[in-house]
Design a binder for this molecule. Structure first.
Ligand code: EPZ
Length: 416
């Protein structure tokens, strides 16, 4: 990916449907007893991977990108996801909860996904066991089986987005009531609950730390549009600020962006919003700020990387504390090659703002690291070459096209 920096982003752009909600809602169609239609899905590689997985399990999937996906789960007899398919995306682990809920048995390999440190799934497995499943993990293969899933109390030791979603998936068709304590509160958890409830599931409390689920035997077909992508919205907000531009992001949910908007305001960026749009304007020197990543509604770890790229040219010293993942600061070593002044101590980055970054060859190591490098490239003097841009395609639909429509000079060339 080639970016010629220094062009202020100007104009309006529409945000796509949420990746992290899409990758939960698509497996959740397996719980339905009739066909379901999902709208507003982002056209990204993680969605294609899930289409292949559902088809391999026997479901009929009709997918028209940027229009709809209809899943008829009735012919799906499969309950095993291959090693290759499990590795294609992190969210393949949602097939565990969805298949357990559908047919009381599931086999999935430990998932792939971004290399941002250890990402155990012990809490997911503990939740399945609480619902009565026998769970075995051998050679990276996880098998879960139950004669019947029975609702129960599930207490999470850590707040986990994936664990909360997986237990919800398994519990919606279990016999009796399940209560999840210390649940995650991210917007896509609420969206998944709304999707399942639109099929007739009985889920209350999503968006709080206690979720109550009354198991149902049968779920009916539905048509549902997923929420806009919180992290794409945030990345576009940061890109607008980074280029001292003036951008209106349409089709977003401004309240999901409160933590980021507060930090941008603290830096001296102007952020205003209306019902479903946010305008970000910036024309002066940014001030350094400190960031500590936290579970929702705190500052999201998924925006830490793009935000820390922006902070490399803010006046003063910014301190970034990454509390969710052990290894999510690698992008800063790459941006240091462009002239950023960064010290990394354990999970903390100390950034001394510099006046300018300078373009050069750099390499993306994961999805949001890739987004951070795009922000750095947009700010830098000269041309930035980002290698391994395929990571970015996992979570951002048409990123070059969207940024180009705002005035960025960005393109992609095939590698050797
Ligand atoms: C989800 O990952 C997202 N992925 C991530 O987005 C996001 O960074 C993360 O939530 C936090 O918001 C999807 O939705 C597909 P967690 P997930 O379980 O579910 C520990 C992106 O860039 N933990 O909330 O895997 C874990 O190690 C991606 O879009 C356990 O110890 O995150 C981590 O430190 C990257 N045991 C913390 O909890 C468990 O069983 C939070 O992980 C589960 C998690």
């Amino acid at each position: 990916m080639l970016i010629t920096g220094g062009n202020p982003l100007m104009g309006e752009v529409r945000v796509s449907g949420g990746k992290n909600t899409a990758v939960a809602v698509i497996p959740a169609t397996l719980l339905c007893d009739e066909p379901c239609t999902i709208e507003n899905l982002p056209d990204i590689s993680d969605v294609y991977a899930l289409v292949d997985i559902l088809r391999a399990l026997g479901a009929r999937v009709d997918y028209v990108p940027n229009a709809f996906m209809t899943v008829d789960p009735r012919p799906a007899e499969g309950w095993q996801v291959s090693y290759d398919d499990s590795q294609r995306l992190r969210a393949s682990y949602y097939l565990l909860g969805a298949l357990l809920g559908r047919r009381n048995e599931a086999e999935v390999y430990l998932p792939g996904g971004c290399a941002i440190g250890a990402r155990p799934i012990d809490q997911h497995l503990k939740g399945f066991a609480a619902l009565g499943a026998e769970v075995e993990q051998l050679g990276g293969r996880i098998t879960a089986r139950a004669d019947a899933l029975v609702g129960s109390d599930v207490f999470f030791d850590v707040v986990t987005v994936g664990g909360t979603i997986n237990v919800m998936l398994a519990a919606v068709k279990a016999q009796g009531n399940t209560t999840i304590y210390n649940a995650a509160k991210e917007p896509h958890i609420v969206d998944l609950a709304n999707f399942l409830n639109s099929m007739g599931a009985k889920i209350k409390g999503a968006g709080t730390d206690v979720i109550r689920i009354r198991g149902q035997q049968v779920l009916h077909g539905t048509t549902y549009a997923v929420i806009p992508d919180q992290i794409e919205t945030g990345t576009l907000m940061i890109a607008a600020a980074a280029t001292h531009g003036d951008v209106v992001i349409n089709g977003c949910i401004p309240t999901h962006m409160d933590a980021l908007a507060a930090k941008l305001l603290e830096m001296g960026v102007r952020v205003t919003d209306s019902d479903d749009a946010i305008r970000v304007r910036s024309n002066g020197q940014h001030r350094a700020v400190n960031i500590k990543t936290q579970v929702y509604p705190g500052f999201p770890t998924d925006l830490q990387q793009p935000m820390s790229a922006l902070l490399t040219t803010a006046k003063g010293t910014s301190i970034i504390q990454e509390t969710i993942y052990e290894s999510r600061l690698k992008h800063l070593s790459e941006i240091s090659r462009m002239g950023a002044q960064v010290r990394i101590v354990d999970r903390t980055a100390i950034i001394d703002g510099v006046t300018d970054l300078y373009g050069g060859p750099i390499t993306a190591t994961d999805l949001r690291a890739g987004a951070a490098l795009v922000i750095a490239g947009l700010m830098a003097k000269g041309v930035t070459e980002i290698y391994e841009p395929h990571y970015i395609d996992r979570g951002y639909e048409n990123i070059e096209q969207k940024l180009r429509s705002l005035g960025a000079v960005i393109s992609r060339e095939k590698g050797e």
